[in-house]
Design a protein around this ligand. Structure first.
Ligand code: FMN
Length: 252
């Protein structure tokens, strides 16, 4: 078998969860069966919501998120992949109606935003995946995040979060940084992996050839499952208590 054929077979097997890759690049049998025992103590059915910010439902971002979702499921955690889809997602217009009326959702109910807020409320953790467009997350993902965090921030507070970026060649670290910004204002513990959560691919399906990228997704999912189990060890989530916030605008 030539090198290309080998890589294809190995990555297909890795997608199926049969094989994994050592830090030295060799393909080794998966350790998932062993790690599963650690997580059998799970007290409640925990759920991770994964948002596919790509308009391509089955594109490369979907492949990356599916890899993480499969590992989470193997570790006893429920998952749902929410699709942002192809319909327009409007941007925040700073009308503040959500704040003034404590809506807990966006005042505009004509796109996917409030539907995703509902899903997010039910979930214990969040993974947001986006294709990289000009070194940034795509426009729809940014519009969605800005509206959902502004109007429903209390529904995500303390829930572990991670961003995933998918690109052809470059700009993923800048997009990754952007996606992570709101998590850090929402008291959401940011879950890490063995590398930045980046998967490479251009045409639909190509991401399944990025062996290291997919392993990064599995490690991310393993870390998220580990953290969720720590937080929920006693059945109820063990979240911290805070002092009342003291907002200060820098205008005199
Ligand atoms: C408008 C647009 C801009 C893009 N900009 C970048 C870019 O800056 N860097 C890059 O590596 N890929 C870029 N790409 C390629 C996509 O990130 C890549 O095809 C990715 O796999 C798409 O993910 P998806 O299949 O989940 O939609 C761009 C694609 C489009 C449509």
């Amino acid at each position: 078998m030539d090198r290309r054929g080998f890589i294809k077979n190995a990555s297909l097997a890795a997608v199926g969860g049969l094989l994994t890759v050592s830090p030295f690049g060799e393909i080794v049998a998966s350790d998932i069966d062993k790690t599963e025992d650690i997580y059998n103590k799970t007290k409640k059915n925990m759920k991770v919501l994964l948002i596919n910010g790509s308009a391509r439902r089955n594109g490369n971002t979907f492949i990356a998120l599916t890899e993480a979702a499969n590992t989470l499921q193997q570790l006893g955690i429920e998952t749902e992949i929410a699709q942002i889809g192809v319909r327009a997602v409007r941007g925040c217009i700073a009308c503040n109606q959500c704040m003034i009326h404590s809506l807990g959702k966006c005042v505009f109910d004509d796109d996917v935003c409030n539907e995703i807020i509902d899903k997010m409320s039910d979930a214990d953790a969040l993974i947001i995946g986006s294709p990289v467009y000009y070194g940034q997350p795509n426009g729809s993902v940014l519009s969605l995040m800005q509206r959902m965090f502004y109007s429903a921030g209390s529904k995500v507070r303390n829930k572990p979060a991670a961003a995933v970026c998918v690109c052809r060649r470059g700009g993923a670290t800048a997009a990754f940084q952007t996606l992570n910004m709101p998590f850090q204002m929402m008291n959401m513990p940011v879950v890490t992996s063995q590398y930045w959560n980046i998967v490479y691919g251009t045409s639909e399906g190509e991401a399944s050839l990025d062996i290291e990228g997919l392993q990064t997704m599995r490690t991310l999912a393993t870390n998220m499952a580990w953290l969720l189990n720590k937080i929920h060890a006693d059945g109820n989530p063990d979240y911290p208590k805070y002092e009342r916030q003291k907002p200060m605008n820098f205008i005199r």
